[in-house]
Design a protein around this ligand. Structure first.
Ligand SMILES: *Cc1c(COP(=O)(O)O)cnc(C)c1O
Ligand SMILES: [Zn+2]
Length: 412
């Protein structure tokens, strides 16, 4: 397998640059750089029949990934996540074909492993000697894991109130962890200011061209799992937007390679009521989102007040005929419960937001009963045990008499 990477291209001004130098943002306009490939060449090698004999992880799409040497692909088994049917929840909310892409199955418990596995692999291949990230939590833990595997130092900057599991993971992977009194964008400022003196390669969301390539594999896998076609709608919990942006790019590349047609799913952005810059810009008909003030939500991955890729997210939503909506904090936790009780899936609060938003969109008629809908469950609920109140659970004395009637008399 070899990569057909040819160059980098700015998603905003179109300026091109060499693919084999470590890059961050566009040197001309400061916007998002994309990896570009010889897709015709890639199509002759990444055929459905060639894929059939490859392992079920994200490196199976090597021809359209940016790592040059397969030996440099750091892997913990990322990608290849199941596309699960959710018939009981589908029945409850009125969707005949509801599917869940379970990204919580990734190493480090979230889809962030795809992007950071790719970014750390490519950065090390191009000579990076250390990596740094501002993170709400999951991205930091994923970066720290792959940096450990790459044997390069990792520097993680998180809001002080990031979930404890994610802090613990970073510490165990050997990263240097700093808590920042602020949000992810404040942590980003720390990395920008201190980075040059330390020589860190900054893998902030969409501020380098490699992470989105890892995220794009969600779209490639989805198409392959559905037999080289796409669903009617994709519901995605959106923070910095790498997932939506990466998948939208994947679909364009698959079409150019002749693997899918021109049909696209409606791309649906879900944000929290307490931090919804993309929803506000969508509603206002704008292509750039104003920074959100006083962002607050219990879904850390959605607490992103400003996104450099805002125009890319909004373009994908509009071009696909999708929409953008918010959920309240209570709804987001209700969504976690919906997934858990109907389908046995313990999902993160970000993912919970998409489950409940899907119900809302069905009720409003935006989604039709026979639409095939794919929810991206971006992370595992097991990283968020602090959100569930287990303090009120009844406690039994195993030696007490008549345990059966005590249990029968205990209210649920
Ligand atoms: C980071 C994160 C998000 C937001 O992802 P983007 O693709 O960057 O918008 C959603 N869910 C979880 C669990 C996350 O960790
Ligand atoms: Zn540019």
């Amino acid at each position: 397998m070899r990569s057909h990477l040819t160059h980098l291209e700015c998603s905003n001004c179109g300026a091109t640059s060499s693919a084999d130098q470590l890059r961050t943002v566009c040197p001309v306009c400061g916007k998002v750089l994309f990896c570009r490939y010889d897709l015709a060449g890639a199509a002759t090698e990444m055929t459905p029949s060639a894929l059939a004999s490859r392992p079920w992880d994200l490196w199976r799409y090597f021809e359209i990934l940016p790592v040059r040497d397969p030996a440099n692909a750091l892997t913990l088994g990322e990608g290849g996540t199941p596309l699960l049917r959710a018939p009981a929840l589908g029945r409850a909310i009125g969707l005949d074909r509801l599917l869940v892409k379970d990204e919580g199955m990734n190493p480090t418990g979230s889809f962030k492993a795809r992007g950071l596995g790719m970014a750390v692999s490519r950065a090390k291949e191009l000579g990076a000697t250390s990596v740094a990230i501002p993170s709400a939590g999951n991205a930091g833990s994923a970066m720290a894991a792959y940096a450990a595997r790459a044997a390069i130092p990792a520097w993680v900057f998180m809001p002080a109130d990031a979930p404890v599991v994610m802090k613990a993971e970073c510490v165990e992977y050997g990263a240097r962890v700093f808590l920042v009194d602020g949000l992810i964008n404040d942590a980003g400022r720390v990395v920008r200011e201190a980075g040059p003196a330390h020589g860190w390669f900054d893998v902030s969301t969409l501020k380098e061209p490699y992470r989105a390539e890892g995220k794009k594999t969600m779209g490639l896998e989805l198409a392959e799992q559905l037999g080289w076609r796409l669903p009617a709608a994709i519901v995605y919990p959106t923070g910095g937007g790498t997932g939506i942006v990466g998948m939208w790019k994947a679909f364009a590349e698959l079409e150019t390679m002749g693997l899918i047609g021109p049909e696209r799913p409606k791309m649906i952005v879900v944000q929290a009521e307490g931090c919804a810059p993309i929803v506000r810009a969508f509603d206002a008909g704008e292509r750039h989102a104003e920074p959100w003030r006083d962002a607050s939500t219990g879904a850390p991955g959605l607490r992103v007040p400003v996104a450099i890729g805002d125009y890319l997210i909004l373009d994908a939503v509009r071009q696909s005929g999708g929409t953008a909506l918010t959920v309240t904090e209570a709804e987001l936790m209700e969504g976690v419960r919906l997934a858990a009780t109907h389908e046995g899936m313990f999902v993160s609060p970000e993912a919970g937001a998409t489950f409940v938003a899907t119900r809302t969109l069905r009720e409003s008629g935006f989604l039709r009963q026979d639409d095939e809908v794919v929810i991206f469950s971006t992370g595992s609920g097991m990283k968020h045990t602090d959100l569930t109140d287990v303090g009120q659970l009844p406690v039994l004395d195993p030696n007490a008499p008549d345990l059966a009637s005590t249990i029968a008399a205990t209210p649920a």
